[in-house]
Ligand binder design. Structure first.
Ligand code: DAH
Length: 355
C-alpha cells in the first residue's frame, strides 16, 4: 500500500496539465483503477484482515483524492497566470484615430434658416415630394394652360393605361405646402417649409433635385412692410452682417399679388462675395402677398385674412454663404468634397451663437 501511495502521489505531483492529472485519477481511482480493484478485493478477505486493510485503503483513497484536488487548483492557477501574462492590455494607450463624418452644407443651411425663422415665431411644416397637380399647380393659381407649368420642366409620374386622371408630379417647388398647411391649421399661420423639389434641369447652377424653403405668414393685418422686415432680419442673421440693403423688384408669380423678387446689395470685389456693401445686386428669392385665389383654394376667407409668402433656394444661399462654386458637386457624394465643405456635428446652428 505504501508503494501505491508513493507511486500515485508522485504521478499527481508530476502531472504537467489537467489532462495528465485526469489520466492519473483514472489509473488510481477510476472504475478499473488500481486502488478501486484493491477495494474490490476486500470482499474476499477474512473479517480480521478486512478490519486492517479497509480503513487503510479508504485513507489512501482520501489522500490521493485530496492530492488530485489540490493539484487541479494549482494547475488552474498556473494556466490563468500564463494567460494573464500574454493577454496583458494597456488601457491607458490612446484610442485608434477614427474619421468623423460631416454635416452636409444643405443640412447645415436648412438648420440655420430654421433657427432664424423659429426665432421670429415660424414653425416648420412639411409636405410630400410626390404631389398632385392640384396642390403643385391649380391651388396655387397656376391653371393648366398657364406658361408657368411649361416653364417648370416638371417630372410627371405614370398613370396606369386607361386611367385618365392627371398624373402626379414631383413637386417643382415648396409652395404646395402653403395650401396643405392652411388646410390643416387654418389662419392665422406662420410657417416655413424646407424640402426637396424637382425640375428637369442640369448645369453648373441647376440640378434635377434641389432644395427650397417656403415661408408663409397669414393674419388679419399682415402687409408688405412685415415681409420686408422679416426678410431683412433673415438676411442679416444668415449672412452675419449688421446692415443689409434689399431691393424689391416688381415681378410676377401666379400665387402672389403683388409679387416681388428680392435682391441683396453685394460686392464681388476680388472674386469673393461680400453682402451688404458694393454696387452689385444678387437675386435671392421670390415673394409677395398671397393671392386671394390661393387663400380661397386652401379654404381661408380672403376677405378676412391676408399675408405674405416667399420662396428661397437653399442650395443657392448655401453656395453664396460658403463660397461653393458648383451646385452639382453637392450631390456627388465625393468624400473629399464633403470633408472640405461639411460641418462638424457639434456646430449646431442657433441664433444666440451667431448661427
Ligand atoms: N415657388 C416659386 C418658385 O419655385 C418661389 C416663390 C415665389 C415662392 C414667390 C413664393 C412666392 O412663396 O411668394 O420659383
Amino acid at each position: 500500500m505504501d508503494g501505491l501511495r508513493e507511486k500515485y502521489l508522485e504521478q499527481v505531483a508530476g502531472a504537467a496539465d489537467e489532462n495528465a492529472l485526469e489520466q492519473v485519477r483514472v489509473a488510481a481511482l477510476g472504475k478499473k483503477g488500481e486502488i478501486s480493484l484493491q477495494m474490490r478485493e476486500l470482499g474476499k478477505m477474512t473479517p480480521e484482515e478486512r478490519q486492517v486493510a479497509g480503513p487503510a485503503l479508504n485513507a489512501l483513497k482520501d489522500e490521493i483524492n485530496s492530492a488530485l484536488a489540490a493539484k487541479k487548483v494549482a494547475l488552474e492557477d498556473a494556466a490563468l497566470d500564463e494567460r494573464l501574462k500574454t493577454e496583458w492590455l494597456d488601457v491607458t494607450l490612446p484610442t485608434r484615430a477614427r474619421r468623423e463624418g460631416t454635416i452636409h452644407p444643405i443640412s447645415q443651411v436648412t438648420e440655420e434658416v430654421t433657427a432664424i425663422f423659429a426665432d421670429m415665431g415660424f414653425s416648420v411644416a412639411e409636405g410630400p415630394q410626390i404631389e398632385s397637380d392640384w396642390y403643385n399647380f391649380d391651388a396655387l393659381n397656376i391653371p393648366g394652360h398657364h406658361p408657368a407649368r411649361a416653364e417648370m420642366d416638371t417630372f410627371y409620374t405614370h398613370r396606369k393605361e386607361g386611367d385618365n386622371r392627371p398624373p402626379h408630379v414631383l413637386r417643382t417647388h415648396t409652395s404646395p405646402v402653403q395650401i396643405r398647411s392652411l388646410e390643416a391649421n387654418g389662419a392665422p399661420i406662420r410657417i416655413i417649409a424646407p424640402g426637396r423639389v424637382y425640375r428637369a434641369d442640369y448645369d453648373q447652377t441647376h440640378t434635377p433635385m434641389f432644395h427650397q424653403v417656403e415661408g408663409l405668414a397669414i393674419d388679419k393685418d399682415i402687409s408688405m412692410a412685415n415681409l420686408k422686415w422679416c426678410l431683412e432680419e433673415f438676411v442679416k442673421a444668415f449672412f452675419g452682417v449688421d446692415h443689409v440693403d434689399l431691393r424689391f423688384r416688381a415681378s410676377h408669380f401666379p400665387f402672389t399679388e403683388p409679387s416681388a423678387e428680392v435682391d441683396i446689395r453685394c460686392s464681388w470685389a476680388g472674386g469673393t462675395l461680400k453682402v451688404g456693401e458694393g454696387d452689385d445686386w444678387l437675386e435671392i428669392l421670390g415673394s409677395g402677398m398671397v393671392h386671394p385665389k390661393v387663400l380661397q383654394a386652401a379654404g381661408v376667407d380672403p376677405a378676412a385674412w391676408q399675408g405674405f409668402a416667399f420662396g428661397v433656394g437653399i442650395d443657392r444661399i448655401a453656395m453664396l454663404k460658403y463660397g461653393i462654386p458648383d451646385l452639382r458637386a453637392f450631390f456627388d457624394s465625393d468624400l473629399r468634397w464633403l470633408r472640405h465643405y461639411g460641418f462638424s456635428a457639434l456646430q449646431v446652428p442657433a441664433v444666440h451663437s451667431g448661427v
